[in-house]
Design a protein around this ligand. Structure first.
Ligand code: ADP
Ligand code: MG
Length: 233
């Protein structure tokens, strides 16, 4: 089957605050999905719930048509939802080898992923010498080590300079072209337009739109007009 994730009537409350409000959407294999909304709209909370690090209040989600438990399904999911964190005095390749001790991945695979994110030449540089963009690219390489079905990224270009942003976006497109499904959260309309084929737009936890990015431009052009890059919903 081609359905990677189904989210149904998902709700998360923090006390009186409804962070995610009756949210439903699904993710099909091979597409690049964006969850788009301003800060505080519930993007990270939604990702946290589907990755089993945040407890939902109500509703449900199901990975891979519910064929396995969530715990098993998450082994086929790569995710970066925090700032990349590796050992500063170890090199890139040493850091990935350490990850691989847990995941049992070959040296060849490590180098393949370093090449994919453009870090093969810097594999022997210490992590602490990396720019933020390089750190983020190393985190992406790490998340791809066991060839996940889907890669989840929370605000992957936050804090990067224009060149770093461009590199990350190109890498995301390359990964998608290799057949990995992508789900990324962003508050940048520009990012979603450039990288994603599909988008779920959130405002205060409520879904405003879910569908192809092209359809969004045709039927909800005012989002674009209002956005001026930083989306204001
Ligand atoms: P986004 O990722 O879109 O910026 P979040 O999912 O982080 O939004 O947050 C959605 C809302 O939930 C915000 O109002 C945020 O302050 C609140 N929130 C998130 N996590 C917690 C928490 N652990 N405790 C209380 N409120 C939270
Ligand atoms: Mg967030």
């Amino acid at each position: 089957m081609n359905t990677i994730l189904t989210v149904t009537n998902l709700t998360k409350k923090f006390g009186p605050l409804v962070a995610v409000n009756d949210l439903s959407f699904s993710i099909e294999k091979g597409n690049v999905y964006g969850i788009l909304g301003p800060n505080g709209s519930g993007k990270s909370t939604t990702l946290g719930i589907i990755l089993n690090v945040v407890n939902k209040t109500s509703g449900s989600f199901s990975w891979f048509n519910g064929e396995t438990s969530t715990h098993e399904a998450l082994k086929k999911v790569g995710a970066i939802i925090e700032r990349p964190n590796f050992y500063p005095y170890m090199t890139a390749i040493q850091n990935l080898r350490l990850v691989c001790k847990i995941k049992e991945v070959s040296e060849e695979k490590i180098e393949e992923k370093l090449a994919l994110v453009g870090l093969l030449e810097r594999k022997n540089s210490k992590f602490r010498t990396y720019s933020l963009g390089m750190k983020q690219r190393l985190a992406i390489a790490s998340a791809l080590l066991n060839d996940p079905e889907i890669l989840i990224l929370d605000e992957p270009t936050n804090g990067l300079d224009p060149e770093g942003i461009h590199q990350i976006r190109e890498i995301i497109k390359k990964i998608a072209n290799q057949g990995t499904t992508i789900l990324l959260a962003s508050h940048l309309l520009d990012e979603v337009e450039k990288v994603c084929s599909h988008v779920v737009i959130l405002r205060k936890g409520v879904k405003l739109y879910a569908g192809p990015v092209d359809g969004l431009l045709a039927s909800h052009g005012y989002f674009v007009l209002a956005a001026n890059d930083q989306i204001q919903l």
